[in-house]
Design a binder for this molecule. Structure first.
Ligand SMILES: C[S@@+](CC[C@H](N)C(=O)[O-])C[C@H]1O[C@@H](n2cnc3c(N)ncnc32)[C@H](O)[C@@H]1O
Length: 210
C-alpha cells in the first residue's frame, strides 16, 4: 500500500501554508476548536487528526483528565508532545495510527474531528463512529467546502500538498449527517465559517439517538 501523503508533509510547511493570510485555516480552526471545547465541557477530550495540537491552547489543563490525540504523522505528534507536555503531562496520550473503522478508542466525552473526514471518507468515518459508539459522548466535526479554490489552497507552499489530491474528497455536510444518522447519531447543530479565499468550513455536532 502506498504511503499516506500526509506523512511526507513537513510541519513547518503545513503550518506556514495553513496560516497564509489568504488561507487563514490555522486561526479559524483554533477558534472553532475553542468553541467546541466551550460548548461541550469535557473531562476526556479526543482529537482525531490532531496534527501538532492546534486548539489545545484553548483547553484549561485543570479541567481535563485526559487528552487523546490521534494522527498518522509521527513528526506532528512529536511536535505536539513538545509543545503541550508541560501543560498536560501524563494526561496527554498521543497515538500514531491510521484512523479507520478498525481503530478502537478509549472513552471520550468530546470527540473532535476537524479537517480529517476529507482524507478518510464519510463511509469510513461513519463506520469508525459506529464501531466506537459506546466510547463517544459528542462527535463534533469540521469539514471544508472548496468552492472554486480546489482541495489545495494556493500559496507558495502548495506544491508540497499535491499528493493529497489523490486521497481527498469534498465532504457534503448533508451526506455526512445522513451517514451518521444511519449509524445512530443525529445532527444537533451546524455552523458555517467562511475563509478569506472563499472556502467555507462547516462545523457539525451530533448526539446519539438513544
Ligand atoms: C488538515 S489537518 C487538520 C489539523 C487539525 N485538526 C486542526 O484543526 O488544525 C489533517 C490532519 O489529519 C491527519 N490525517 C490525515 N489522514 C489521516 C488518517 N487516515 N489517519 C490519521 N490521521 C490522518 C494529518 O496527518 C493531519 O495532521
Amino acid at each position: 500500500m502506498p504511503t499516506n501523503p500526509w506523512r511526507g508533509i513537513g510541519l513547518d510547511v503545513y503550518e506556514s501554508h495553513m496560516s497564509d493570510p489568504d488561507v487563514g485555516q490555522l486561526a479559524a480552526l483554533l477558534g472553532i476548536t475553542a468553541a467546541q471545547l466551550r460548548d461541550h465541557p469535557s473531562r476526556r477530550v479526543g482529537i482525531r487528526g490532531i496534527a501538532a495540537g492546534n486548539g489545545l491552547d484553548a483547553l484549561d489543563e485543570t479541567e481535563v483528565d485526559s487528552v487523546s490525540g490521534y494522527d498518522i504523522n509521527a513528526d506532528y505528534l512529536e511536535a505536539c508532545r513538545s509543545r503541550y507536555e508541560a501543560r498536560f503531562g501524563d494526561r496527554m496520550h498521543l497515538i500514531e495510527c491510521s484512523i479507520d473503522r478498525s481503530l478502537a478508542i478509549t472513552p471520550t466525552d468530546l470527540l473532535i474531528a476537524n479537517l480529517l473526514i476529507e482524507y478518510i471518507g464519510i463511509d469510513e468515518f461513519a463506520a469508525f463512529v459506529a464501531a466506537n459508539t459506546t466510547a463517544i459522548g459528542v462527535p463534533s466535526c469540521v469539514t471544508q467546502r472548496n468552492g472554486e479554490v480546489g482541495v489545495v489552497s494556493k500559496t507558495k507552499y502548495s506544491s508540497a500538498f499535491v499528493g493529497l489530491e489523490s486521497i481527498a474528497s469534498e465532504v457534503d455536510p448533508d451526506a455526512l449527517a445522513a451517514a451518521l444518522s444511519a449509524v445512530g447519531w443525529f445532527e444537533v447543530s451546524r455552523s458555517e465559517h467562511p475563509l478569506p479565499n472563499g472556502k467555507v468550513l462547516t462545523r457539525q455536532d451530533f448526539a446519539a439517538t438513544s
